[in-house]
Design a protein around this ligand. Structure first.
Ligand code: MN
Length: 489
């Protein structure tokens, strides 16, 4: 059970001098407002508000954001209004709560819903990025309590999170939340694949991985010590969804995903980062194409680190990320960490928007409607993936370059096996046509069709389609043999 004291302790961990009086008042106010209300899983409603606030404290959001987290569902779900919130907690907190309330009202379905949600997210971000932080924390707790909902709702919420929330969390550099959200969604959207990977990663390979990482740590640790560099080396937890995506994208099996061995080296200064890189390269031979200097050239979201992949012990490819503690915080908490460091440095609130947010605002002013707006927004946040729609408005995410056959198998094996044509945006399309973001796809099924065409293997993009086609053509050809040679079993 979550308590207000746990949240207060977390806040004090980050800032021992924080005045948490208002936070406690917010808790009392929200408790009264939500009194008697229960979540679908039977818990008192206030638990949801508290969990949301706790996540915000974990990512080091500022105090007003945490307070708004406690209050975020008050105007929407109780008799108290936004005015009540403002009267008691002031303009800033009320405007954060208002932002969340607005975000939750999306009325469309299908493509329009998707565009509208995205547009709202971007606008809320442009106004005050902290609204999005609250929304992420809110969504994370909703995902954690998804079991209480119907299967259809689970799928809808999980998909929406993968399509919209997770990519934006990535864009903002809040990796911690992005990964947590993605793994939860993955579990609901692809339960079999999730279980299989979880088993391979957490059970089968765990001991091997732990031993290997220990070996690397020992070797590297000795050398860093000899150079008088203070260090922390962590074996990196790889989240399952990113392994799954990589397997899909590269059409590889689990064992072939090479950076499953991943370590992070944290050293005091930037100079130490480069020194450590040199030391790593002097111990193990680097794979030259995989050296990235995101310190000299940070990623657009501000991410900084040195990356390298080396042929480690036993020649196994091993990935390193090298960074300072500050870069590390930023990498985990993204934009939230910027606030934290700003707060520490000065008393002024951090109102500066990242450049891309300013750009989005500009595009918003020029765009005619939400569809136009979405088109104009550079979709580098959805790199490598496209979202396509069923005629009913459900969304599937597929790797870039996917075709109607990939789509068909993503829906159901039998639809894939019996696909004979496709309509893309209501126009006839060939089965190998490359699908684009936002396409609406309908598969034409021929019930009498014997099975998939092996030629499809030449153009399908997803592993699932590839495997199903191979499987089906095996069993169908066996059926043919049976027909030709009566009596065979
Ligand atoms: Mn909520």
């Amino acid at each position: 059970m979550m308590t207000i004291d746990r949240i207060i302790n977390k806040v004090k961990e980050n800032d021992p001098k924080a005045d948490t009086t208002l936070l406690r008042l917010a808790y009392e106010f929200a408790s009264k407002a939500h009194e008697g209300q229960k979540r679908m899983n039977g818990e008192p409603y206030i638990q949801h508000s508290l969990h949301t606030a706790y996540t915000l404290a974990q990512i080091k959001a500022d105090l007003n954001t945490i307070i708004a987290g406690v209050l975020h569902d008050v105007p929407e779900d109780t008799d108290y209004t936004l005015e009540d919130v403002e009267k008691n907690f002031g303009k800033e907190i009320a405007s954060l709560v208002e932002g969340i309330t607005k975000l939750s009202k999306v009325k469309y379905r299908g493509i329009d819903r998707y565009n509208e949600s995205l547009r709202k997210m971007f606008l809320a971000m442009a106004k005050d990025l902290r609204v999005i932080l609250i929304k992420f924390a809110d969504r994370l707790h909703n995902l954690r309590t998804l079991d209480a909902l119907s299967h259809n709702k689970q799928l809808r919420i999980a998909r929406e999170t993968l399509e919209i929330y997770a990519p934006i969390a990535g864009l903002l550099g809040i990796w911690r939340l992005k990964w947590q959200m993605e793994d939860l969604c993955f579990k609901y959207l692809h339960p079999d694949e999730y279980k299989e990977l979880e088993y391979e990663y957490e059970v089968e390979k765990k001991i091997e991985r732990t031993q290997y990482i220990q070996k690397v740590k020992n070797t590297l640790g000795k050398r860093l010590k000899a150079e008088n560099i203070e260090y922390k080396i962590q074996g990196r937890f790889k989240h399952l969804y990113s392994i799954y995506q990589k397997m899909q994208r590269k059409d590889r099996k689990f064992d072939e995903i090479h950076d499953v061995f991943a370590l992070r080296v944290i050293v005091p200064t930037i100079a130490d980062c480069y020194k450590s890189l040199g030391i790593i390269h002097s111990i193990w031979k680097p794979k030259s194409s995989r050296i990235k200097d995101y310190i000299a050239t940070p990623k657009p979201n501000g991410y900084r680190s040195l990356h390298t992949t080396v042929f480690g012990p036993e020649g196994k490819l091993t990935e390193f990320q090298i960074r300072t503690p500050e870069m590390h915080e930023e990498a985990l908490y993204g934009i939230a960490a910027h606030w934290y460091y700003k707060q520490k440095g000065s008393s002024e609130p951090a109102t500066q928007q990242p450049k891309w947010v300013q750009e989005i605002l500009k595009i918003q002013k020029e765009a005619e409607n939400s569809q136009d707006f979405i088109k104009k927004v550079k979709f580098d946040l959805f790199q490598d993936r496209i979202f396509v729609f069923t005629p009913r408005g459900d969304v599937l995410d597929l790797p870039e370059g996917s075709t109607p056959v990939d789509f068909a198998y993503a829906i159901h094996t039998e639809i894939g096996n019996k696909a004979s044509g496709a309509l893309v945006n209501n126009k006839m399309a060939s089965l190998d046509q490359k699908l684009l973001n936002g396409d609406m796809v309908e598969i034409i099924v021929d019930k009498n069709r014997k099975g998939p065409n092996r030629d499809w293997l030449k153009f399908v993009k997803t592993r699932r389609a590839r495997e199903k086609i191979k499987q089906a053509s095996k069993s169908y050809s066996l059926e043919n043999i049976k027909k030709l040679i009566p009596g065979i079993k």
